[in-house]
Design a protein around this ligand. Structure first.
Ligand code: F0G
Length: 477
């Protein structure tokens, strides 16, 4: 109902805000871009902002703030202990989620650290709909392991499945019954990041929580990407409910909720909430040890003020429809022009299927990493490789290959305009036509092979791509 459409009935991605503060951005010529990506070891994480025109690496901590959030930052109550800002944020969280106890932490992975420290013991298992790197790293550090129980439909890159983040209920029941003794908790991830920001249905969330409750197992919601997920529940599953009603129904079913406020709440920080006093007290001991005094927990107090205001925006149907609308536009225009993307479009960003874009690049030469570097050369936009480079090595002799090989073009909220997206679409269409020029990448001899390490190009395809760009675009940037 809140959607704006063209006269032709197709959805129109329309900015529902006006710009108050701007940051200048730089579009370096292709000659500099090819130099910059070489200096960065062909790894988009290693680029500096001065060389990046559209920063679509992530939507984490880079969403635009409102004038109201910036205003709130000026009334922050700077106190080491007992800041009134804690009370304000705590009251807002209780208003929205209905939970009594709130613990702050400096960001999402810090919440995951506190949770794993408190609840995971050597040999424990944490089932989840799908894994996320920061969450499973903390579980492994405590000697635990995880199992992803995603319904197979979630791994199909192109489909019209509205909720690809759903659990495979049969697998979940079977694990809960056979492994109950060693299950620390079940982690339910909203907006399933690594399969393309795909939502989980409210039905699946509530069912997972119910199955846990019946067996006395704790349910933990990772709400970092809940914002887009709420939009999809409202539009694809429960149009009769308000965003606040959906949020409350989900929250009521969960024992613990945590989120990265770099994503949820338009700020930078981390939040853990629960109704269980004993759990709260156990976690609180770790917050003061690792994060900061439990009324700020490592967050800047100004950011806490901004989050308290930003949370109201995450409950606003129009505001939260913007990310998905822009992502959907980008995906639709790319698909129309022969670029394969993950469908249906989810939240977080547009995910380009690198295997389809550069089918000639073998997995061992990192198609997604190569494509991310090529997209930067073609446009000055940096996306994020989501494939083999990102994959942790379990056996040092066996190269792990990503299940997906995607390039994520994340959509920071209220940051980029439709004309900037149109620019990116044009450059990607050009790149698709010249995809045969793109070659592979490799880690240099002796590299530790971490996802942010430098790579080298196999052959001088980056130079050839830049030369073709110059030939086709002549004196255009
Ligand atoms: N959970 C999910 C689902 C996330 O997407 C992230 C971060 C975290 C937890 C960790 O939060 O970064 O505040 O420590 N995702 C970022 C991204 C890094 O770019 O997708 P954090």
């Amino acid at each position: 109902m809140n959607e704006v459409r063209y006269f032709s009935r197709t959805p129109m991605p329309l900015e529902m805000h006006k710009v108050c503060i701007v940051q200048k951005t730089n579009l370096p010529p292709v000659e500099r871009r090819v130099e910059a990506i070489r200096e960065a070891g062909f790894n988009s994480y290693r680029l500096f902002s001065e060389d990046v025109y559209l920063d679509m690496l992530t939507d984490s901590g880079v969403n635009a703030m409102t004038n109201e959030q910036l205003g709130a930052m000026m009334v922050a109550d700077e106190a080491y202990a007992g800041t009134m800002t804690y009370k304000k944020l705590s009251a807002k969280l209780t208003e929205i989620f209905g939970k009594t106890y709130f613990l702050p932490a400096h960001q999402g992975r810090a919440c995951e650290h506190i949770l794993a420290k408190t609840f995971v013991r050597e040999g424990d298992l944490v089932p989840m709909n799908f894994m996320f790197g920061t969450a499973v790293a903390q579980i492994s550090l405590m000697g635990g392991s995880f199992v992803s129980l995603l319904d197979d439909k979630g791994l199909q890159k192109q489909s019209d499945e509205p909720f690809k983040g759903d659990f495979d209920e049969r697998k979940l029941i079977s694990i809960l019954d056979s492994e109950a003794e060693r299950i620390a908790y079940v982690r339910i991830e909203a907006g399933t990041n690594l399969i393309g920001g795909q939502p989980i249905s409210m039905r699946s969330m509530l069912r997972a929580a119910e199955l846990c409750r019946e067996r006395g197992i704790m349910s933990v919601l990772d709400a970092s990407l809940l914002q887009d997920n709420l939009h999809f529940i409202k539009t694809r599953e429960h149009p009769e409910l308000t965003i606040r009603e959906i949020t409350r129904r989900i929250a009521d079913a969960m024992d613990i909720i945590y989120f990265s406020a770099r994503k949820f709440g338009f700020g930078r920080g981390g939040v853990i909430i629960t109704d269980d006093e004993a759990h709260y007290l156990d976690m609180k001991a770790y917050v003061s040890r690792y994060e900061g005094f439990p009324t700020y927990g490592g967050m800047s107090i100004r950011e806490m003020e901004a989050i308290a205001v930003g949370l109201d925006d995450t409950m606003d149907e129009v505001t939260i429809s913007q990310g998905p609308a822009f992502i959907s536009y980008l995906c639709a225009e790319l698909s129309k022009n022969g670029v394969d993307v993950v469908t249906p479009p989810g939240g977080l960003g547009c995910h380009v299927d690198a295997r389809k874009f550069v089918p000639h690049i073998p997995l061992a030469q990192y198609p997604a990493g190569s494509l991310a570097a090529a997209i930067y050369i073609a446009s000055g936009a940096r996306g994020m490789e989501r494939g083999g480079i990102d994959e942790p090595w379990e056996d040092p002799n066996v190269e792990p290959f990503g299940a997906m090989e995607l390039v994520r073009l994340a959509m920071p909220r209220r940051v980029y305009t439709v004309s900037q997206l149109n620019y990116l679409i044009d450059r990607l269409i050009w790149l698709k036509q010249n995809a045969h020029i793109i070659g592979g990448l490799r880690f240099p001899e002796g590299s530790k092979r971490h996802f942010y390490d430098a790579l080298e190009s196999i052959g001088d395809w980056p130079q050839a791509l830049a030369a073709k760009f110059r030939e086709d675009f002549r004196d255009s940037l």
